[in-house]
Design a protein around this ligand. Structure first.
Ligand code: 5GP
Length: 192
């Protein structure tokens, strides 16, 4: 297969920094991109569909796939909740001559970069401040007090990994952040 299609786009950020919305924007702009659906053991949120937003697995099924080496990477992103990228998902997208775009946590993104050091681009989306982050997570309404605290704490930790990524976008102004991301992806897609 042409090298042209064996590319990977990683979009990573602390939770609540708006990366999912930026990924959706990029998917709408570039028809050659396909969202890489991750597997997780967390419960679906309202409006989330199995096979579209995530593959929702039981812990037993997820652990079996870890054992069978079916993941390109996996992490226990939050206490007791697994998230991972299936090798088959990436291969399926490449076989359709499309380019996978991954919405992935910081550690997962670093693992993918280590496995695919060429033809991979990483974009780190930074939330403006932890106060703003807390406000956004509250606004989303999907977190309990505990899970919100866990996400805010994890976010400060994840910020320390920012320098591992080639591109950092501060999501202060959403439209501006989307355009920056669009320019980065556009340059990456046109490069050999
Ligand atoms: P959420 O529960 O808000 O959907 O996702 C929580 C975190 O898990 C986010 O930072 C998201 O990017 C990350 N995540 C989603 N899919 C994967 C994956 O396949 N692997 C890893 N390592 N992280 C993921």
């Amino acid at each position: 297969m042409s090298k042209k299609y064996n590319k990977i786009i990683l979009v990573t950020a602390p939770s609540g920094s708006g990366k999912t919305s930026i990924v959706k924007y990029l998917l709408a702009k570039f028809p050659q991109l396909i969202f890489s659906v991750s597997a997780t053991t967390r419960k679906p949120r309202e409006n989330e569909r199995d096979g579209i937003d995530y593959y929702f697995f039981s812990e037993m099924d997820f652990e079996e796939k870890i054992h069978n080496k079916e993941f390109l990477e996996w992490e226990m992103v939050y206490e007791g909740k697994y998230y991972g990228t299936l090798k088959l998902e990436i291969e399926r997208i490449w076989s359709e001559k499309k380019i996978p775009i991954l919405d992935i946590d910081v550690q997962g993104a670093i693992h993918v970069q280590q496995q695919y050091p060429v033809n991979t681009i990483s974009i780190f989306i930074q939330a403006p401040s932890s106060k703003e982050l807390r406000k956004r997570l509250k606004g989303r309404g999907s977190e309990t007090e505990d899970s919100l605290e866990a996400r805010v704490n994890k976010s400060s930790f994840e910020m320390t990994f920012k320098d591992h990524f080639e591109n950092v976008i501060i999501n202060q102004d959403f439209d501006k952040a989307c355009h920056e991301a669009q320019n980065i992806v556009s340059a990456f897609l046109t490069a050999d």
